[in-house]
Write a protein that binds this ligand. Structure first.
Ligand code: DX5
Ligand code: ZN
Length: 222
């Protein structure tokens, strides 16, 4: 199980130091949420900030994981590839041709991720998941941090796990939204490989929170 601290909940005035705290404490991937004000209402950050975070991921041996909540994400891939992203994840709802976009990401030498909103039928992702290295299950409506985990997400994770087990490939299941120490075990048991955690990491001590969530995900009482 891998933990991906989401910088959306970090203190942007000291972004590098705050992200470093979470990665040094055992964060495995650094999750960067890109919002464009169209696909979701808010605007966050773009490739320039991802590029500034690249050396931190290199130094800590972690993965720079970019989640594009943007319309027509194919137009952004070159920028994030140049910024040094390791994984670029796009929304199935935002792509004109999701399989082609995933192939484009892979053609840049990166891992390609596909994701979907909680109300989008899972079949939309299953249709293209063979082109993806990561399948991200959104467990909140994308657009902001600090929301509650939508309970029916667990069944979607289970269904996806079952599908991937029946159609062997190396696709990782990532889960994003409302993940906390109290539900991490259930989510991993359902089949998640990577847990994205924003507010539950960056509110309070990031180092302590990372340790507590990892322990909880593994079923260790801490
Ligand atoms: C939501 C983002 C998430 C968010 C998760 O649109 O994709 O990555 O940061 O934050 P929490 O863990 O607070 O739900
Ligand atoms: Zn995200």
């Amino acid at each position: 199980m891998l933990l991906a601290p989401s910088i959306l909940a970090a203190d942007f005035a000291r972004l590098g130091a705050h992200a470093a705290e979470a990665l040094h404490a055992g964060g495995d991937w650094l999750h960067v949420d890109v919002m464009d004000g169209h696909f979701v209402p808010e605007i966050t950050i773009g490739a320039l900030v991802a590029k500034s975070l690249r050396p931190l991921c290199t130094d800590t041996g972690t993965v720079l994981d970019v989640h594009l909540m943007v319309e027509r994400p194919e137009r952004q891939i070159a920028f994030f590839a140049d910024a040094g992203a390791d994984v670029i994840t796009v929304h199935v709802e935002a792509c004109r041709d999701p399989a082609r976009t995933l192939q484009h990401i892979r053609s840049q030498g990166l891992r390609a991720g596909i994701t979907l909103c909680p109300d989008t039928p899972l079949d939309r992702v299953l249709e293209v998941v063979r082109h993806a290295d990561v399948a991200l299950v959104m467990s909140v409506v994308p657009g902001r941090g600090g929301q509650a985990y939508i309970p029916r997400s667990t069944n979607r994770i289970r269904r996806l796990r079952k599908y991937l087990d029946a159609n062997p490939c190396n696709t990782l299941i990532e889960v994003d939204g409302g993940v906390k120490a109290h539900n991490a075990y259930e989510i991993v048991a359902a089949g998640a490989d990577v847990l994205v955690v924003g507010s539950a990491v960056f509110r309070g001590s990031a180092a302590e929170n990372v340790a507590a969530i990892k322990a909880a995900a593994l079923g260790v009482n801490s």
